[in-house]
Design a protein around this ligand. Structure first.
Ligand code: UDX
Length: 430
């Protein structure tokens, strides 16, 4: 089966390569020529473990090719996946301009029956809009169908998530479309659920909103744990063993970031507002998350006083390990606040870079975690990179101006750090 994947960002590239891996012939299409050129050379324009190997493997098997030629790509393929970005607009709603553009391109270049499958995260009802946008752009009224097939990939684990998904959701009212999409995934060992398109679109938001809720729940309890002298890590373990709760997404810290949770929860709240439904619980989830890194900064101030002139080391910029993505990362939200308080920031991340707009005479990027903490009044762990476990903390303690260690991801062993001589505080831990 020949598949076209439109959009070679994170989701599109992963989707395209996973289809190649399970045996299909895939074309990746993008209007961004430099991205296409890189992919043709076997290079990714973002960091994702294992994906570059898959890319080179299937450039070799010739099951994947990349092009910027829309017309030919659309003409040559019957099954077309839409995998373009749906960024947040200022009111929190999803910006559908790229989805609209692609739908119109497909309509304009349609030369026969097509099955359009949307993977981009879109507000409920977008399958109907894609159908209308495509139809309105058609030169000849060829028959076509539009289905929804949301993705649930995690950055840093995208290959595993895409090759061994927990479930596949196909949103269509057409038996024919369900059968054709089901065939694409038939080698995968997981439930395949066929639902109405609106249900599929909603399921994606519901999944992300629930996971965000779990995180804010444990983060809020972590604040109380701090007051009560309770270890929130043990609480999470204790409740997570209950099958009805489950152990994942109960790791307290300085909050969730990334390209999905903040954006998708905002979009869900926006949908609710438009439909005059209050989602109070989710509003609070967002509030807890937005204030969680400030909660840690408050702890820092309580320990070292006024931050003016103090040197603060930030370990980790990425919103989580195994990615270079800094979108909505708590560390990135912390930097302007530290700068406003006239602190000096020295940041380090093994992969992610400091965005140029945050770099000035008071914000620097260190060459190693050890160098970053040298002479610091406090160090804050913002991302739980495993490499931070291997730091020689005894040596670091002696090199800091004051041994104040704030663990925003509860990564280190509190007792061990205290034994070394640090003032150590995690979130609901330490
Ligand atoms: C998420 C969803 O997991 C995925 O299914 C969806 O398709 C896209 O959004 P991703 O954004 O890649 O994936 O990251 P994820 O691993 O879910 O983590 C999101 C954020 O939550 C990170 O900032 C992480 O540090 C934080 N987190 C996660 C916690 O703070 N505690 C946890 O227990 C788990």
């Amino acid at each position: 089966m020949n598949i076209l994947v439109i959009g070679t960002g994170y989701v599109g590239t992963t989707t395209a390569l996973v289809f190649a891996e399970i045996g299909w012939n895939v074309t990746g299409l993008d209007v961004d020529l430099p991205k296409i050129k890189l992919l043709q050379q076997g290079k990714l324009h973002f960091y994702e473990p294992g994906l570059e190997d898959l890319l080179n493997k299937h450039l070799g098997t010739k099951r994947i090719r990349f092009t910027a030629d829309k017309k030919k790509a659309i003409e040559d393929n019957e099954m077309i996946f839409i995998c373009v970005g749906t960024p947040s607009l200022p009111d929190g709603s999803a910006d559908l301009r790229y989805v609209k553009q692609v739908s119109e391109d497909i309509g304009r270049h349609m030369n026969g029956d097509k099955l359009i499958i949307n993977k981009s995260t879109v507000p409920v009802g977008t399958q109907e809009l894609i159908t209308a946008w495509t139809r309105d752009a058609q030169m000849v009224p060829y028959p076509f169908e539009v289905a929804s097939n949301p993705e649930f990939l995690r950055e840093g684990k995208a290959c595993m998530d895409a090759l061994q998904p927990d479930r596949i959701i196909i949103g269509t009212n057409s038996e024919n479309a369900a059968k054709r999409i089901g065939k694409l995934y038939e080698s995968m060992q997981c439930p395949i659920i066929v639902t109405a398109p609106r249900t599929a679109e909603f399921t994606k938001y519901a999944a992300n909103a629930f996971l965000a809720t779990k995180i804010s729940f444990i983060n809020e309890l972590a604040r109380l744990s701090d007051r009560l002298g309770v270890n929130v890590k043990e609480v999470a373990y204790g409740i997570g063993l209950d099958n009805r709760i489950g152990p994942s997404f109960l790791q307290a810290g300085i909050g969730y970031g990334g390209s999905c949770f903040p954006k998708d929860v905002a979009a869900l709240l926006n949908m609710a507002e438009h439909n005059e439904v209050e989602l109070k619980l989710l509003e609070k989830v967002v509030h807890v998350n937005q204030t969680q890194h400030m909660y840690l900064l408050r702890k820092v101030r309580e320990q070292i006083g006024n931050l003016a002139g103090k040197k603060i080391a930030l370990l980790g910029l990425a919103f989580k390990p195994d990615t270079d993505d800094i979108r909505e990362a708590p560390a990135i939200h912390m930097i302007p606040k530290l700068r406003n308080e006239k602190a000096y920031v020295q940041a380090y991340d093994p992969i992610a870079a400091l965005p140029p707009e945050l770099m000035d005479e008071s914000v620097n990027f260190g060459s190693s975690p050890e160098e970053t903490m040298e002479g610091a009044d406090a160090a804050i762990i913002c991302t739980e990179w495993p490499m931070f476990l291997n730091i020689d903390w005894v040596q670091v303690k002696d090199s800091m101006k004051a041994p104040n260690l704030f663990d925003g991801r509860n990564l280190l062993d509190a007792d061990q750090m205290k034994r070394i001589g640090f003032f150590y505080q995690g979130i609901g831990y330490g």
